[in-house]
Design a binder for this molecule. Structure first.
Ligand SMILES: Cc1ncc(COP(=O)(O)O)c(C=O)c1O
Length: 370
């Protein structure tokens, strides 16, 4: 009765966790949620025009503004090759549709963004390990080089060069996903790999979710000339265009003279949250786990000394009002056990303290039972 692709579709564990995080007293380290107090309080007016159908590629003024910023990063992204997306998650679906038939080799990092793995699997991709370089037969190489989800890692410049070179040599399309680049707390090379792809095929995408408001569902992509027109046709088939109201709100916000100050306040706020979280981790989990404070983004990646399957820990944790993401979910192949992704942006300091204390107790209790 249903298409074969639905067979490989599994419910996202994040969605299931998000369904319970509104419970009173729940401390959630699970989703990549911005702090609620950092979200904008919009009070603007809208014109009737905004409620009319609009262009599939997005509002021209927003595309031009995004283009300007990407060109400043060295990406060959004139306004006519910038498309506004209904969340950068949509970009993953469009690119997957463009490239993936059953068994198409797609190179991914291990571990990598769970919801990208889900989409690639749904279209039947054969996931191959990126390791340091994409496999030469991969048609598409998906990478989150800057403050990766789930590890928070930032790829050094030489490795960015090497990835671009390998993609160009093998004629593999680079798909660079970059939603966290602006949340940088310490210095590191964030220059996009797409800026090094002259003459090759590439898609670069970003998001307004982490710096502004995820509920508006808005992101953007730029792509090389050979891909852009096809991606627009695919978008037309999905939703005709992204919400014009969301685009208006985002355009007004990012062109407001106070935008840069807002962004640096946000970065300072999250830097303090990261540092506080790091200290709380040291207080509670230092004897059971190892980690490195991320230089940007929204996640800590923990490796437990005892390699327990953290998926089994989650049910108990939720019963005790703590949610986290088992790291095992982020692996394209056989997972490394004993890994945990913790979001540090959403929970306030008191909640984080409470949640991490509980998590430490649960981990120690499992260790004692073994
Ligand atoms: C690596 C990565 N890509 C894409 C997304 C999707 O973001 P959005 O659709 O909100 O732009 C996320 C969200 O957490 C992410 O971590």
């Amino acid at each position: 009765m249903f298409s074969t692709r639905i067979d490989s579709l599994r419910p996202s564990p994040i969605r299931e966790i998000l369904a319970v995080i509104d419970r009173p007293d729940m401390v959630s380290f699970a989703g990549g949620l911005p702090a609620t107090e950092a979200l904008p309080d919009w009070t603007g007016r809208i014109s009737r025009r905004t409620l009319q159908y609009g262009p599939s590629e997005g509002e021209p003024d927003l595309r031009a503004t995004v283009s300007e910023r990407l060109v400043r990063l060295g990406i060959d992204a004139p306004p006519e090759r910038v498309m506004i997306l209904s969340g950068s998650q949509q970009g993953i679906d469009l690119v997957a549709k463009l490239f993936i038939d059953p068994k198409t080799p797609v190179a991914v990092q291990s571990p990598t963004y769970l919801a990208a793995l889900q989409v690639f699997r749904m279209y039947g991709a054969r996931l191959v390990d990126f390791d340091l370089l994409p496999a030469p037969d991969a048609r598409l190489a998906y990478i989150v080089p800057t403050f990766a989800n789930p590890t928070g890692a930032c790829l050094p410049s030489t490795e960015r060069d090497a990835v671009a070179r390998a993609c160009l040599d093998a004629k593999t399309t680079l798909f660079e996903d970059d939603p966290y680049r602006e949340l940088a707390y310490d210095a590191c090379d964030r220059n996009p790999i797409a800026a090094r792809m002259a003459g090759g095929s590439w898609v670069y995408q970003g998001s307004f979710s982490k710096t502004f408001a995820p509920g508006l569902r808005l992101g953007f992509l730029a792509a090389s000339d050979d891909l852009f027109g096809r991606l627009v046709m695919l978008k037309q088939a999905v939703d005709l265009h992204s919400s014009r109201l969301s685009q208006r709100i985002v355009f007004d916000a990012i062109t407001d003279p106070g935008w840069d100050a807002r962004l640096s306040d946000l970065v300072a706020f999250y830097r303090a949250r990261r540092d506080g979280f790091d200290e709380a981790l040291s207080r509670h989990l230092a004897s059971v786990a190892d980690w490195q404070a991320p230089r940007g983004g929204l996640f800590f990646w923990l490796q437990l000394r005892d390699r327990i399957d953290t998926r089994e820990l989650l049910t108990e944790a939720i019963e005790r009002n703590v949610a986290f993401m088992p790291g095992e979910e982020f692996y394209p192949g056989r997972p490394t056990l004993g890994t945990i992704r913790l979001n540090f942006s959403h929970a306030g300091p008191d909640a984080a303290e409470r949640g991490l204390r509980t998590l430490a107790e649960l981990i120690r209790a499992v260790d004692c039972r073994r």
